[in-house]
Design a binder for this molecule. Structure first.
Ligand code: PYC
Length: 430
C-alpha cells in the first residue's frame, strides 16, 4: 500500500482519504466536500529540519525524509504559495538525455521515480512519455547529439541519433526539407522523455508530505539564518523564529540570497526565462521538440495548447515580466520549424527565474557551515530533477553521507576544478 492506509492513518497521523474511482463516485453521490490536500499549522518554536522553498525540490525532500527515514518533524517554508516559483513556471519537460555520465545517471533516476509517481503519491501527475527530439542544424550540433547518444547508451538510457526522414515520420508538420532556413540534419531521439502536469507533481508531494506529518507553511518568508560557531542554530521568518540544526536551501531564483544569509557564497547568477502558451488545438504534436540553434522548444499539452520556451534573457534580473522581444523572436523561430503554425494565437506568457552555475550542473550537498545544506543552481533544468533531488537530499540528512548520485555536484567542485560540464545538454543555447 502507498502512503495512505484505508482509513487514512499511518504512524498515528490522520492523513487524507485515498483518491479512487470509488471515492469520486461517493463524493459525487453525497455532494460531500473533499478534505484539503494539506493543512495549515501554527509555526512551532523548533523543528528537526527546516526546508526553505515549497517547490518540487523542497516538498519532495520533505516527503522522502518522512516516508523513507521517519524524520517527520520537518517544516517546509515558502514566502508565497506551494509551487508558485519555478515549479509552477517551467515547461514541464522530463528527460535524462544528458551529456556527462554523472548527469545521465542522476536524471535517469528522476525519470524512473517520475514513472511511478502517480502510484506512489496516489495523485495523477499525467506523465506522458511521448518522446523528446533535440534537433541538429549543423555539423557541430550533430556531433554533440552523437556524443550524447553514446553516453546515454553506456548508461542504459534510450537515446539515438535519427535522420530527417525519421523526424518527419514522428512530426509530419516539421519542415525537414533542404530548403528550410535552418536545415535539420538529424536529431537526438529520446523515447522516455515527455511532459508532465507540473502542478500535480507539487500538489502530490505536498499532500504526501502532509500525510506523513510534515508542516507546510505558506506565506512564511525567511528573513535570516542564525549561525553560531559555524553551525546552524535556526531561521528567522516573517512569522517568528524557529530553532533547528538543519536547514536545506531548496529555493530557485533567490538561492544565492538565501545562502548569503548563512554566509555561504554561491557561484550563481540569476536570469529570467520566458515561456508562452497558445490556444488549444487538436492534438498533432506527440514528441517534445527542442532546437538549441533556434533557441526554442515546443510541446503540446494533453489539453491541446502548445507550450513554447526560449533561452534565458540575456541579462541578470529578478524580474518575472514577459517581453515583446521574446515573443517576436520566439514566433519567428517556431515558424522556421513549423510554418503551418502561422495562424496560432498566443494565450499567455510568463517568466521564471533560473539560477545558472558556471558548468550548468546543480550545487547539492553540504556547505562549509555545518547544518546548512543546499539543493540549488538548477538553471533551466530543475523541475525534471525534483524527485531524485528530494530522494538524495533526504538520504544525506538522514545518514550524514553524501549519496553517490550527487557526489559530483558538491559546492567544493568549483575550488577543486572538477566541473561537470552540461552546457551541451541544456535545452537551448544560453
Ligand atoms: O532542460 O529540458 C530542459 C528544458 C526545457 C525547458 C527549459 N529547459
Amino acid at each position: 500500500m502507498g502512503i495512505f492506509s484505508r482509513n487514512g492513518s499511518e504512524n498515528g497521523h490522520r492523513g487524507p482519504a485515498r483518491y479512487s474511482a470509488f471515492s469520486l463516485f461517493r463524493h459525487g453521490l453525497t455532494g460531500s466536500d473533499w478534505q484539503p490536500a494539506w493543512r495549515s499549522h501554527d509555526l512551532e518554536d523548533s523543528y528537526d529540519v527546516v526546508i526553505i522553498g515549497g517547490g518540487v525540490h523542497g516538498l519532495a525532500t520533505a516527503y522522502y525524509l518522512a516516508k523513507e527515514h521517519g524524520i517527520s518533524h520537518v517544516a517546509v517554508l515558502d514566502k508565497g504559495y506551494v509551487g508558485g516559483g519555478g515549479s509552477g513556471r517551467n515547461t514541464a519537460i522530463i528527460r535524462s538525455n544528458y551529456l556527462t555520465p554523472e548527469g545521465v545517471r542522476f536524471y535517469d533516476r528522476s525519470v524512473k521515480l517520475y514513472e511511478n509517481l502517480a502510484a506512489e503519491l496516489n495523485f495523477n501527475v499525467m506523465f506522458a512519455q511521448r518522446g523528446h527530439l533535440t534537433l541538429a542544424h549543423n555539423d557541430g550540433g550533430l556531433r554533440t547529439m552523437h556524443w550524447r547518444a553514446e553516453v546515454n547508451k553506456l548508461e542504459s538510457v534510450d537515446s539515438e541519433v535519427i535522420g530527417p526522414d525519421e523526424i518527419k515520420a514522428l512530426v509530419p508538420f516539421m519542415d525537414t526539407s533542404n530548403s528550410a532556413r535552418y536545415q535539420i540534419l538529424g536529431a537526438l531521439y529520446h523515447p522516455p522523455g515527455g511532459i508532465i502536469r507540473h502542478d500535480a507533481v507539487v500538489w502530490g508531494y505536498a499532500r504526501g508530505a502532509d500525510a506523513h506529518g510534515v508542516h507546510i507553511h505558506q506565506n512564511t518568508e525567511v528573513t535570516g539564518i542564525e549561525v553560531k560557531n559555524n553551525r546552524v542554530q535556526g531561521v528567522k521568518t516573517s512569522r517568528g523564529d524557529i530553532k533547528t540544526n538543519t536547514v536545506i536551501n531548496s529555493t530557485a531564483g533567490w538561492s544565492s540570497l538565501i545562502s548569503g544569509m548563512a554566509r555561504v557564497r554561491m557561484p550563481i547568477s540569476t536570469f529570467p526565462l520566458q515561456a508562452a502558451v497558445t490556444e488549444p488545438v487538436r492534438p498533432f504534436l506527440d514528441p517534445v521538440i527542442v532546437s538549441g540553434t533556434l533557441h526554442v522548444y515546443v510541446s503540446q499539452t494533453d489539453r491541446g495548447e502548445l507550450v513554447f520556451g526560449a533561452s534565458v534573457d540575456p541579462f541578470t534580473s529578478y524580474s518575472m515580466r514577459g517581453s515583446l522581444e521574446f515573443l517576436e523572436g520566439l514566433a519567428g523561430h517556431v515558424l522556421e520549424l513549423m510554418p503551418s503554425l502561422a495562424k496560432m494565437r498566443l494565450l499567455r506568457q510568463w517568466a521564471g527565474l533560473c539560477d545558472m552555475t558556471p558548468d550548468y550542473s546543480p550545487i547539492m550537498g553540504t556547505t562549509p557551515v555545518t547544518g546548512f545544506l543546499v539543493d540549488v543552481g538548477w538553471g533551466t533544468y530543475g523541475f525534471k530533477a525534483g524527485p531524485v533531488s528530494g530522494e538524495t537530499m533526504a538520504e544525506l540528512v538522514a545518514t550524514g553521507e553524501t549519496p553517490r548520485l550527487i557526489e559530483a555536484f558538491g559546492l567544493d567542485r568549483f575550488s577543486a576544478g572538477t566541473l561537470v560540464g552540461e552546457k551541451g545538454a541544456a535545452s537551448v543555447g544560453h
